[in-house]
Write a protein that binds this ligand. Sequence first.
Ligand code: SAH
Length: 260
Amino acid sequence: MTKVRAKKHLGQHFLTDLKAAQRIAESLTTDAPNTILEIGPGMGVLTQFLLQNERYNVSVVEIDTESVTYLKEHYPQLEGKIIEGDFLKLDLTKYFQEPFTIIGNFPYNISSQILFKVLEHIDLVPQFAGMFQKEVAQRIASGPGTKDYGILSVLLQAYYNIEYLFTVNEGAFNPPPKVKSGVIRLMRNERTELPCDAKLFKQVVKMGFNQRRKTLSNSLKGMLGDIKPEGEIFRKRPEQLSVEEFFDLTIIIENIKNNA
Ligand code: SAH
């Protein structure tokens, strides 16, 4: 069968640089669970390197029928391991009862949705590695005080240690994307429980960054009602707060709510 025709609406930019593909596959550490799920394998450029590792039990999820046909033809080892469908709609607990690893050269059009889905399954996914557009990869890995720091950085860093590993240039793909790409690795941290209410934490982070130029006392008004909050923390802007400070802030708001 001839190669898969790249479809824009599926975010298809096939990696042609084998060295880069191998480096992504090797970005997983020895702590990563052997059960691997690759999102969006396309023509299997990354999959082939994962399959070479005998420790791994590799499954893939691919939405594109043409790619699935290609994979079945070229990788007989994947027999029974190809989930044909949309990762975003996949009931992960149905397929995985034990912790597993996620990897991929991901479809960039759904980067944030993939990451938000991982956030719903933090204990099932202790390691997550792969490629996003460089900006997204940097944003997730960056700390307070930078313009890249945002909702996903704080929420993911609450549960994962995140490393930016390397950059891949446009020319490594066919068709080449308009932007550079970045490979990152997320490893579940030691935090089994947040020091504050997890649901409220998520709301505080989202609401805080919704108007990132404003101080937190302004942007969190909707949560505070009539209360004029005191304390230095409310005079800051969201990008100035570390993950720990977002926990503190959530605890303060929890108390305000409880006493209201
Ligand atoms: N990993 C391959 C392909 C990258 S392009 C490579 O490096 O060459 C992104 C891939 O994700 C495409 O194969 C596309 O069909 C697939 N994809 C896009 N949206 C998806 C979704 N919602 N669920 C699963 N796969 C998806």
